[in-house]
Design a protein around this ligand. Structure first.
Ligand SMILES: [Ca+2]
Ligand SMILES: [Ca+2]
Length: 438
């Protein structure tokens, strides 16, 4: 029971939050862990001296309190388990050559979407994508990191817009050619314990969010908010237990900073407050990265109830929290909200995008299909995709300027006013034109 006091301390507010070991932040002038007398390994990130400690049973080393009070330790906290915070439902496969006509979030005809509880589809409630694309369709100079279940980067409607680590592609197999701590990371970040160094996607969630951002504008499938972009998969899912942990969020953010990412987007969260995660988001901001998160789907008022990462918004000035409206322009009844924390709303119901077939293809890889999914998970990539599109024509905007712009140019709606800081929903045309509400 040596760890008992800390368990009690950390679970005071969050009875159900699970964690897997501890993250220890060492003070800047300490690097080793020998003096702590524990078997902890380095997180191998450049944004700070972090250790990951997974104590074995019957640990006979120091107590948590002794570690916490050690002169080299800045803080110790649980390595929280996270989950997918943004998905409400997953629909059947969507087939057809022209899926753009079903993407109501981009162009709402009033007839190309299903309603949801308490709202009927309404023509024109969309992000005005077609008008915005007359200004820009994006740029392959902009990199967006998708922190999620992975991305099926071989999907025919995504492959041309995927980021590639050229140093590893042209390097030697089994060698960490770019010396970033990951061997053969050709396609992005994967937790070090996973078998393959490839951030592919088994559940389809990350592939869906990636498609909203950047499905290729070709002769088939759907269209992403960006016709041209580089999507970097940051697979924060652990293949061993199919779970997400803060350790991987921190590593993925560090990876993205080192590779010059412009925008980070995630729909994974939960657990409890993590200073390591919060600090990583702030470091990303210092590196010029706008951080976009889904707000979750528990109909919680985030002004009063904490959920992470959205609640890091009070300190992280590079952060955008996205909630979910339906095709009638009202808040989805399950979407979280809160006009002190949630930044803006975006389409999230019955969104058509790239997905992963449950039946592996002949090459053993999961095959690319399309599905409808609903939730703030689908709303977040509308906004992160919009930010990427904005940066394609105004690359020098700081994250703080981007956040301000997203708020100021939101299409204000009376029914959304009380739910978000901006009081409105995403309008791509207004965002690119810097059309501000009075
Ligand atoms: Ca590498
Ligand atoms: Ca397409």
């Amino acid at each position: 029971m040596k760890h008992g006091f800390l368990l009690l301390f950390f679970t005071f507010n969050t009875f159900a939050a699970n964690f897997n070991g501890y993250i220890i932040k060492l003070k800047d002038n300490y690097s080793g862990n020998k003096s702590l007398g524990i078997n902890a390994k380095s997180l191998n990130v450049s944004i700070g001296n972090f250790l990951l400690w997974k104590p074995v049973r019957k640990n006979i080393g120091p107590t948590l309190e002794e570690i916490k009070n050690h002169p080299s330790v800045e803080y110790i906290e649980p390595n929280w388990e996270l989950k997918n915070i943004g998905i409400v439902s997953e629909g059947p496969d969507v087939i057809g050559d022209d899926l753009f006509s079903k993407q109501w979030g981009l162009e709402n005809t009033g007839k190309n979407s299903m309603g949801t509880f308490w709202q009927r589809p309404k023509k024109g409630v969309d992000i005005k994508a077609k008008k915005a694309w007359k200004i820009t369709k994006g740029s392959r100079d902009i990199i967006i990191g998708v922190m999620d279940s992975g991305v099926l980067y071989t999907h025919p409607d995504l492959i041309d817009n995927m980021w590639i680590n050229e140093a590893e592609l042209n390097g030697v197999a089994g060698v960490d050619d770019d010396k970033n701590g990951y061997v053969d990371d050709i396609n992005g970040y994967t937790p070090p314990g996973n078998k393959l160094p490839h951030p592919t996607d088994k559940s389809g969630h990350g592939t869906h969010t990636a498609g909203v951002i950047g499905m290729v504008h070709n002769s088939f499938g759907g269209r992403g908010i960006n016709a041209n972009i580089k999507i970097m998969p940051l697979k924060v899912k652990n293949d061993k237990d199919f779970k997400y942990y803060v350790e991987n969020q921190v590593q993925a953010i560090d990876y993205a900073i080192n590779k010059g990412v412009n925008v980070l987007t995630t729909s994974i969260g939960g657990g409890d407050y993590s200073k390591a995660y919060e600090d990583a988001i702030i470091k990303a901001g210092e590196a010029g990265i706008t951080f976009v998160t889904a707000c979750g789907n528990e109909n919680k008022n985030l002004n009063w109830q904490k959920i992470y990462p959205p609640s890091y918004n009070d300190k992280a000035e590079n952060m955008i929290v996205v909630c979910h409206h339906g095709s009638g322009g009202k808040k989805h009844y399950l979407s979280n909200h809160g006009n002190k924390v949630a930044t803006i709303m975006a389409p999230g119901s019955h969104i058509v995008s790239t997905a992963v077939s449950l039946n592996p293809g002949p090459d053993g890889l999961k095959t690319g299909i399309y599905k409808k999914m609903s939730g703030s998970s689908m709303a977040a990539p509308h906004v992160s995709g919009a930010v990427a599109l904005l940066l394609s024509i105004e690359p020098n905007l700081s994250p703080e300027e981007v956040v301000e712009r997203v708020i100021a140019t939101a299409k204000k709606e009376r029914k959304l006013k009380k739910h978000t800081i901006s009081g409105g929903r995403l309008d791509l045309f207004r965002l690119l034109n810097n059309t501000r509400s009075k």
